[in-house]
Design a protein around this ligand. Structure first.
Ligand SMILES: C[S@@+](CC[C@H](N)C(=O)[O-])C[C@H]1O[C@@H](n2cnc3c(N)ncnc32)[C@H](O)[C@@H]1O
Length: 149
């Protein structure tokens, strides 16, 4: 799951299995083990869900999009005042470059980020960084708060 915009329900524009919840319900009388999630397929840079959310999550997404700044701007459009956004992204270090090489070998040109660059990009989109932690070997997880400049 790549984007979860969570409040009373959650949405995932790049949900890997659209309709998965319905498919589960058809195949079994057991309740799904995951929380109520509505899968929505779309481009995280341009999708318009027509509502805002208290919590947003981007895990392993930003490195794959052509314009990460646009995704942050669109996330801000979907954020309540004071909403939190958590981003997991790959850093520009030796292991990160190995991760990028792995994807290049499979035909994907991915981005690596420096924390200062992500924070500047997010700041321009209306996200204030609250904290940021490296996650070995090459990731970083950062929390942002929606603000109005
Ligand atoms: C490495 S996977 C992320 C895996 C995810 N963290 C998980 O735990 O399942 C990257 C995903 O980003 C999605 N993606 C790439 N470009 C996208 C875009 N422009 N909008 C939305 N999703 C996109 C792809 O569909 C791909 O499944």
């Amino acid at each position: 799951m790549f984007w979860i915009w969570a409040a009373d329900r959650a949405f995932s524009p790049a949900f890997s299995w659209p309709g998965g919840r319905r498919a589960w319900s058809r195949s079994t009388s057991r309740k799904p083990w995951w929380p109520p999630v509505e899968g929505v397929v779309g481009d995280a840079a341009t999708i318009a869900l027509g509502r805002t959310f208290t919590h947003l999550l981007s895990a392993g997404l930003l490195e794959f999009v052509p314009d990460p700044a646009e995704v942050l701007v669109n996330a801000r459009r979907h954020a309540d005042p004071g909403a939190r956004l958590v981003i997991l992204y790959p850093r520009h270090n030796l292991a990160g470059r190995g991760y990028r090489r792995y994807h290049r070998r499979h035909g994907f040109a991915i981005h690596l980020f420096r924390p200062a660059a992500i924070e500047a990009m997010a700041g321009t989109a209306g996200w204030r960084c609250l904290d940021s932690h490296p996650v070995a070997p090459f990731s970083c997880v950062a929390t942002f708060e929606a603000y109005s400049p």
